[in-house]
Design a protein around this ligand. Structure first.
Ligand code: GDP
Length: 295
């Protein structure tokens, strides 16, 4: 998915690599190329601006121009800043001192929130941590059935109170149920809308207040590109997230959202979804991604 970005950057490096000397204008030229490459990969404009400014300051401030192997030094600065942008290493799921750990799943409809809830439950099971999934999306009755079907598939219990109950109450009782069952982690799937909606946000905020989650994860569809950054900003501002799951990275995405989420919210991408199957979830490693982008 980052091949196009990697290829474009490689073109920029070709002009720099192996040169004994580079000038300030060589650096500016290369930065223009990096800027264009990031924008073409759908990285948020504001994020790109900040990134280029930081790299420029570091490159012009350091001894890059006068040093040995200046091209390589410049590329190293870009690499370090890329890692900086996405966070240095994988940030694992929260784990409460006292069970159950409560994880609240938030996001728009269709982003893959329900699927991600089941994927996480399976992931936890593989880590020998038991899970309970809670279905609070009463607006789309099919959502409750979808979670139940997924629960059966991965052998993880699902708590629901049907579609007439109050979502905040379902969440509260879901956590109680988790305590009763003695499960390690309770995953609360919430209702999404096609776009940000004040009622949805108010309900999420209420659920959050009542269940006091250890992790509030925003599910972001990587295919939405630039829009992913705006969404992250709004959710973080209104709800307060502690991490994100970036879904559909297997699709035809240019991947820019992966570079924007952390910078916009200050919160890490913890996992990525790489397919429709429940197994298709991977912890996110920013340093590995930065290496891939820069070959
Ligand atoms: P929700 O409305 O946010 O709960 O979204 P769903 O979990 O129902 O997912 C919406 C669609 O996206 C479904 O068809 C899923 O199979 C699909 N989906 C979810 N995650 C991924 C992913 O990582 N990759 C791909 N290709 N499809 C996904």
């Amino acid at each position: 998915m980052f091949d196009a970005l990697a290829d474009r950057l490689e073109d920029a490096w070709k002009k720099l690599r192996g040169q004994d000397k580079i000038s300030e204008s060589n650096i500016k030229e290369a930065l223009q190329e990096v800027r264009r490459a990031l924008l073409a990969a759908d990285v948020n404009l504001q994020v790109v601006r900040g990134f280029i400014k930081d790299v420029e300051q570091k490159a012009l401030g350091a001894d890059v121009i006068t040093g040995v192997n200046p091209g390589q030094q410049f590329i190293k600065i870009v690499y370090d800043e890329l890692v900086n942008l996405m966070g240095e290493s994988n940030v694992p799921l929260a784990q409460a001192d006292q069970a159950p750990t409560v994880i609240l799943m938030a996001g728009l409809q269709g982003t893959g929130k329900t699927t991600a809830t089941a994927k996480l439950a399976l992931y936890l099971r593989k880590e020998n941590r038991s899970a309970l999934m809670v279905a609070t999306d009463v607006y789309r009755p099919a959502a409750i059935d979808q979670l139940k079907t997924l629960g059966q598939q991965i052998d993880v219990p699902v708590f629901d109170l049907g579609s007439d109950a109050n979502p905040v109450e379902i969440a509260r009782q879901g956590v109680e149920k988790a305590k009763e069952l003695g499960v390690d982690t309770v995953l609360i799937d919430t209702a999404g809308r096609l776009q940000i909606d004040p009622q949805m946000m108010a309900e999420l905020a209420q659920i959050k207040q009542v269940v006091n989650p250890d992790d509030t994860l925003l599910v972001v569809d990587a295919m939405t590109g630039q829009e992913a950054a705006n969404l992250t900003h709004t959710f973080h501002e209104q709800i307060g997230i502690t991490g994100a799951i970036l879904t559909k990275l297997d699709g035809d995405t240019r991947g820019g959202a992966a570079l924007s989420v952390r910078q916009i919210s200050g919160q890490p991408i913890k996992f990525v979804g790489v397919g429709e199957k429940v197994e298709a979830l991977q912890p996110f490693y920013p340093d590995r991604l930065a290496s891939r982008i820069l070959n």
